[in-house]
Design a protein around this ligand. Structure first.
Ligand code: SF4
Length: 351
């Protein structure tokens, strides 16, 4: 995450940090001089004093990547610590591309989004929430809104997908292992996570990988059973601690694709009722999505769940009932089973 980049270097365990153009602390290379870490810039627009520059070129992408990787490996010998400064650790399973999400639902031969759509249609999974974007030191406790929303959604049987600094927040909190599903997920979501072997919070990559989330939603819409368009899905996109202008650009392309998007702050155009009307009512009418700014995390959760339930209702799906799925079933004895079966076949044994 953006706010952890210097901390990562301070562990003494990073051989190289590679950066491009944004969300990089300007003094990063200077800070790295106190450790063995090499900071490598890759864009002409984002060079830094004290950093090594290796220019990225799409035509030689693999070659450039190998050069950077080799530089990091060669630097391993200069490491002087085994991580004694790192006290708290958490396991993370990350890297769920849309291809992999399809693969894990059916293997190589039957990879598809059918099981996910079926689970949503049945009400095992209530809907999907993308909780993404920046973390922010201006709120009471950085990461806390990401953590709050991720846990509340998961408890309410909503599958969470995340990227960027929000993903780093969830990873630090330990929400990204399948075991997490057993501990905190609602019973329906837990059943699905156990069956597939996934965490209830899926890490889809950096914040520039938010496009992957749209690919997932496109696949879900195309798979069938959840409407015709992304705007029909019981899904919501949230950037609860946003602070970068890039987050706004991403939020807008989500809205343009039909997603209901919530940003966690006061409205930057609060003074204009007209701008607010355009970003909500007018955009929804034209492209299916809307953009709202809501500072209160509890209100974000409430409006998100209301939206998900409203979309379920519009699709005429079964009403979501907490606890309907995944509850423990009583194992029947053979005697009870025989009684049931004979009741079901009254003609048998009748003279
Ligand atoms: S999530 Fe926000 S802070 Fe983090 S890298 Fe992306 S734009 Fe920067």
């Amino acid at each position: 995450g953006f706010l952890n980049q210097e901390l990562a270097i301070m562990t003494g365990l990073a051989e190289a940090v590679m950066v491009d153009v944004q969300c990089i602390m300007p003094a990063l290379a200077k800070a790295a001089k106190n450790f063995h870490t090499k900071v490598i810039t890759t864009s002409r627009k984002g060079k830094m004093i004290d950093a090594v520059h290796i220019q990225y070129d799409e035509r030689r992408a693999k070659e450039v990547a190998r050069e950077i990787l080799k530089m990091a490996i060669d630097n391993y010998g200069n490491r002087t610590t085994e991580g004694s400064r790192v006290h708290d650790t958490a396991d993370v399973i990350a890297g769920f591309s849309h291809e992999y999400i399809a693969y894990m639902q059916g293997g190589r031969f039957r990879a598809s989004f059918r099981p996910l759509n079926d689970a949503i249609m049945a009400g095992r999974i209530r809907g999907v929430a993308a909780v993404v974007g920046c973390n922010n030191p201006r709120i009471a406790a950085q990461d806390s809104i990401h953590d709050y929303l991720a846990t509340e959604f998961v408890k309410n049987d909503v599958l969470v997908v995340t990227t960027g600094c929000g993903a780093a927040a969830c990873a630090k909190a330990g929400y990204m292992t399948p075991e997490t599903a057993l501990e905190m997920a609602g019973p329906g979501l837990k059943e699905v996570c156990e069956a597939i072997g996934i965490p209830p919070v899926l890490h889809l990559g950096a914040c520039v990988d938010n496009s992957r989330i749209l690919t997932v939603t496109t696949e879900m819409a195309q798979e069938g059973g959840l409407g015709e368009d992304i705007s029909d899905l019981p899904a919501v996109g949230i950037a609860p601690e946003w602070m970068s202008e890039k987050a706004l650009a991403i939020g807008c392309y989500f809205v343009a694709s039909g997603v209901y998007v919530i940003f966690g702050s006061e409205h930057p155009a609060k003074a204009s009722q007209e701008v607010q009307r355009i970003m909500t009512e007018v955009w929804e009418e034209r492209v299916g999505g809307r953009l709202e700014f809501i500072p209160d995390p509890e209100e974000i959760l409430k409006k998100s769940l209301e939206h998900i339930d409203a979309k379920r209702e519009a699709l005429k799906l079964r009403k979501y009932e907490p606890g309907r799925f995944g509850v423990e079933r009583k194992l029947m004895s053979m005697e009870d089973r025989r009684k049931l079966e004979s009741a079901a076949r009254p003609h048998e044994g009748v003279k």
